[in-house]
Design a protein around this ligand. Structure first.
Ligand code: ACM
Length: 771
């Protein structure tokens, strides 16, 4: 199913308003009131700070630099004196009422002066971020307003994985700038994983000498090629301790705390390649991971391993001044521990129930060590399994349940559920996007997330510390690729994290309009953000021509409405398969289609051309019944919704049945001519998607007697890339009301491929087209 975006009528009016007005703040402040007039910057304007107030001076310097670069005006810092008070200047002052909190500020802009008040360095810094967004650099004006601002959540984060692909210091600094611009305060730096160890540890030099390098890297998507292919190109990279100190200084100056992550006890193969003695089988040879997914080899909880981990953490504490260190804890297979005599004896000795409790034992010991050093741990939600360590903060990623459970146990929580916060998922049609891990998470879905669950009592809700975007980099090789996935979706996370409830309910159209006006700030920093916001979205509506009730008396028509969020742009389109250009027909009203047609369109200005084939066929919109129930409600419509799954990497459009044959019957509503029936099946061997071994299509007038049938075997090689396979039954001229399709499941995985724990295979089918 394609995500349809229905734009309410008031939206156009709102967009216009929003573009005319200058208050396009992101994240939106807690209390805001726009006023008439503006403050005009000139050569005689000064920035006035309180003597000996270093926090004010630092924020004021930032503002001076910004204004110099963007308006060309040199606005000097001046110390406050009684005579200054009457001038038309920008004044920094201590917030006397003490009601804005550790990150808050007030900002008052009138035609006569700008007043910035805060209680902390962070407060001044965020006030300046707001002023930078408000200033119109061309007019050299700041629109009048009153703002009292403070964040909703104390933790506003982004995680970037630099283990799968290494990101240079220059990128990390730019990323920190971008976070600060959006009032985000925590950078979670995922520094170690199976595929690379990226932080220099002086006591264990092999961690980077060996662990930072892999022999080669998987080509394409994990499930794309069978057998998998590798690029035969060594890959590596790590940060020296000096580089890390430099990044930490840079982040501190921008009020961003870095939470380093050292993964344990799983995701540790890179470390084990360097120091196999900390594995459960030290004789075995370990190589830094070259493919994605979870590796079975993990740290073995021996005393030397604890010493090693504590030594590593000790060097990490010396580099990172923040309170929290992330110790991972996710996706730790128990295979190695089950096979290890040492682990089994340890389980008995410690009177543990199982390997889950062994994992909990490891996390608790590390937590005790970390707490003893005056720091605190954060771990992925698996650290709940086998019992939570006392002072642990839980990062809820597999869903929201882990976070809810941890809050009930009175533990701090950072919400980062995959369904809303995993920005490694596709943000638009996978067929038109760079390779990603899979899934679908458009901007509007990210923006809809509410981190504080209503299932919690108000007391429990206080444990929800904040929200974080996560970006894993298996398929992201360059800083540009990382930026494309992060921005602007991370702006949505920033607003969720900052905008207090008192600012009003979040509204996507309002956000999108402000975001459009905000994009020049991303351009200013040369951010390679996804311009999908400007993309065309299609809405379709079927109607019977002339309002006829009988579907066959008049041909069905499809109305295609092309929408865009940007009211300043124009749409041009073609219906003949040629690429659209500004010389094509301008889109002014919905397009009526009476046969299957590919609509190609562009927005000017715009980014990604639109192309979609709308299938008009006799089964479109018709109901069908399964002999087996569909897995989800939407499966009850997907097969005949007129939208054909376009890409093997996307699973949201496919209807899936695992371990069973498919058998379903479409009701065309009345007896109609049927000449051809076709359906697509997915082949994606490494994820267990196998096309059927045979397909039978049968026709009936009464739903009982299926006389006419075409049965055909389906053959395909297991080897080769993932693919969409089309099966066609050609009836030439027939009439029927019911179309029955039976597709035979390929059966269990062939023995040679039995690497999947779930050995049954899945049939995935989309759009049955009846002509
Ligand atoms: C995770 O995504 N494995 C935390």
């Amino acid at each position: 199913m394609k995500q349809l975006l229905f734009l309410p009528l008031f939206f156009l009016a709102f967009t216009t308003f929003s573009q005319d007005n200058a208050y396009n703040l992101i994240p939106f402040p807690a209390q805001f009131s726009g006023q008439t007039g503006q403050f005009t910057l000139s050569a005689s304007t000064k920035i006035v700070v309180t003597p000996k107030d270093a926090a004010q001076a630092a924020a004021a310097q930032l503002l001076t630099n910004y204004l110099k670069t963007n308006t060309g005006l040199t606005i000097p810092l001046t110390l406050a004196t009684p005579s200054m008070a009457k001038g038309k200047h920008l004044f920094f002052a201590v917030h006397k009422a003490k009601r804005v909190g550790p990150e808050g500020y007030t900002l008052a802009v009138t035609p006569d002066r700008v007043t910035i008040e805060a209680e902390t360095p962070k407060g001044y810094f965020y006030a300046v971020q707001t002023l930078m967004q408000l200033t119109n650099p061309v007019a050299k004006q700041i629109p009048a307003c009153q703002i009292l601002d403070r964040p909703r959540y104390a933790y506003r984060g982004i995680m970037v994985d630099v283990a799968r692909h290494f990101m240079p210091v220059s990128f990390i600094k730019k990323h920190i700038d971008l976070m600060a611009m959006h009032k985000m305060n925590t950078f979670h730096w995922h520094l170690t994983d199976d595929q690379g160890w990226r932080i220099e540890i002086k006591k264990y030099p092999k961690l980077t000498q060996i662990g930072s390098k892999r022999a080669e890297t998987l080509v394409g998507h994990y499930a794309q090629n069978f057998p998998q292919q590798y690029d035969k190109t060594p890959y590596g990279g790590f940060y020296t301790q000096d580089e890390i100190k430099d990044v930490v200084r840079y982040a501190t100056a921008r009020h961003v705390t870095i939470v380093p992550e050292i993964e344990m006890p799983g995701h540790a193969v890179a470390a084990l390649a360097a120091y196999p003695e900390y594995s459960c089988d030290p004789i075995k040879k370990y190589a830094v991971g070259t493919t994605w997914g979870v590796y079975d080899d993990v740290f073995c909880p021996t005393e030397p391993t604890f010493t090693f981990l504590q030594d590593v953490l000790t060097e990490v504490f010396a580099l990172f001044p923040g309170k929290h260190v992330h110790i991972g804890g996710d996706e730790c297979p128990k295979t190695a521990w089950k096979q290890s005599t040492f682990c089994q004896n340890l389980i008995k000795k410690l009177k543990l129930k199982n390997e889950d409790e062994l994992q909990s034992y490891i996390i608790r010991r590390i937590e005790k060590f970390v707490t003893g050093k005056g720091r605190a741990i954060i771990g992925w939600d698996e650290i709940l399994e086998g019992g939570l360590a006392p002072n642990a903060t839980v990062m809820s990623w597999r869903g929201t349940e882990g976070g809810i459970e941890a809050a009930r146990q009175k533990h701090n929580v950072v919400m980062t559920p995959g369904a809303f916060c995993y920005l490694d998922k596709y943000q638009a049609n996978p067929a038109q996007e760079p390779m990603s891990i899979g899934g679908y998470l458009p901007l509007e879905t990210v923006y809809s997330y509410e981190p504080t669950s209503a299932e919690l009592t108000p007391d429990q809700q206080k444990y929800i510390q904040g929200v974080q975007a996560n970006l894993w980099t298996e398929y992201l090789k360059t800083p540009e690729a990382v930026e494309y996935m992060l921005w602007p979706r991370a702006v949505a996370i920033a607003e969720i994290a900052w905008m207090p409830k008192q600012a009003g309910p979040r509204n996507f159209e309002d956000f999108a309009a402000r975001l459009k006006a905000h994009l020049p700030h991303l351009d200013r920093l040369s951010v390679n953000y996804a311009k999908r916001l400007l993309d065309i979205r299609a809405e379709t509506q079927f109607s019977d021509a002339g309002g006829s009730v009988s579907r066959d008396a008049a041909p069905r028509q499809l109305q295609v409405r092309l929408n865009k969020l940007d009211s300043d742009s124009k749409i041009f389109y073609t219906l003949n398969g040629k690429e659209a250009t500004p010389a094509s027909t301008e889109y002014l009203a919905p397009i009526t289609l009476t046969k299957t047609t590919t609509v190609k369109a562009v927005t000017i200005p715009g980014e990604t051309p639109f192309s979609e084939t709308f299938f008009i066929h006799r089964a479109k919109g018709r109901p069908y019944t399964y002999t087996e129930n569909p897995r989800t409600d939407s499966d009850a419509k997907k097969l005949t919704d007129g939208q054909v799954a376009q890409a093997p990497q996307s699973v949201r459009e496919w209807v899936e049945v695992t371990g069973k044959d498919l058998d379903f019957t479409i009701d065309l509503g009345e007896i109609k001519p049927v000449t051809k029936v076709s359906a697509n099946f997915l082949k994606k061997v490494l994820f267990g998607y196998f096309p059927p071994t045979s397909v039978e299509v049968a026709l009936s007038r009464d739903g009982q007697d299926f006389k006419e049938a075409i049965a055909q075997p389906v053959t395909y090689p297991l080897e080769g890339p993932w693919a969409i396979m089309s099966v066609v039954a050609d009836f030439k001229t027939s009439k029927a009301r019911y179309v029955r399709i039976r597709a035979k499941n390929a059966g269990p995985m062939p023995a040679a491929l039995s690497f999947r724990p779930n050995k049954a295979t899945t049939l995935a089918i989309d759009e049955v087209i009846v002509d």
